[in-house]
Design a protein around this ligand. Structure first.
Ligand code: CA
Length: 246
């Protein structure tokens, strides 16, 4: 299995600093996006700790020869490790108390021609295949729970004033539930990991339209950022794109 990737992050137009972080370990096929929160309570520290823990976890115990099950377990334990580390740092350093972050991770598993995702929070993973965009993760948000209960539509959720209230994040609780998902990969698939600074500004149709514009992943990443900024850039914007080329 072969792949290529591009990643970009941008402060957006409203926030004083960028609290998102991302990881691309292209040679291993492991990628991550984290969206920190906490403002002066160091959201940027939380997101960087989260992706660093993923990087350390795969350096310690990951192989390109892993099958889908071990890859999924490794991602899940990396997310849990990130949570423990953030809680530990926040416990030691009072100025960082209350910091938190989302974390969405992806591993490409050549042996099985599959991919694994493990995530907590509302940074999303999408699959773009045959001209259609599908969301692979379900947001851990209050509005998504309302959608699940049939009380809000997806579009109402996207515009809801409480849209950014998370039901789960790293750094908020010693016990978190990591969602994992494994799926088959086809040549030509395009995977997108992104923070909510993209999805709050662009709906799925808007994202899909940009993904189909160009074969150049760097150009597509830049277009996604530019479009989110043109629509207001209310939040930090991070995109990681991965295309399966063979
Ligand atoms: Ca955000």
């Amino acid at each position: 299995m072969k792949w290529e990737s591009a990643a970009l992050t941008d402060r957006g137009r409203r926030r004083p600093q960028n609290e998102d972080a991302f990881l691309t370990r292209v040679e291993l096929g492991v990628f991550a996006v984290a969206d920190g929160m906490g403002g002066h309570a160091a959201g940027d520290v939380a997101s960087r700790l989260a992706v660093q823990q993923v990087a350390d976890a795969i350096t310690d115990a990951y192989s390109r020869r892993f099958g889908i099950r071990r890859a999924t377990e490794t991602l899940e334990s990396a997310v849990l490790r990130g949570n423990r580390e953030i809680l530990a740092v926040a416990g030691r350093e009072p100025d960082k108390a209350g910091m938190g972050t989302t974390l969405t991770t992806l591993a490409l598993v050549s042996r099985d021609r599959r991919a694994a995702i493990a995530h907590v929070g509302d940074s999303r993973a999408y699959l773009y295949r045959d001209g259609r965009l599908s969301q692979l993760t379900r947001d851990h948000t209050w509005v998504q729970e309302q959608v699940g209960a049939g009380l809000l539509t997806q579009e109402q959720a996207r515009r809801h004033p409480f849209g950014n209230i998370l039901t789960q994040a790293l750094g908020t609780d010693a016990e978190i539930r990591v969602d994992t998902h494994a799926f088959e990969i086809l040549t030509g698939d395009l995977l997108l990991l992104c923070s909510d600074g993209l999805t709050a500004m662009l709906d799925d149709d808007g994202i899909g339209a940009i993904l189909r514009e160009s074969p150049d992943l760097e150009a597509v990443a830049q277009r996604l950022i530019d479009q989110a900024n043109e629509r207001g850039g209310h939040d930090n914007i991070t995109v990681v794109l991965v295309r399966i080329t063979g």
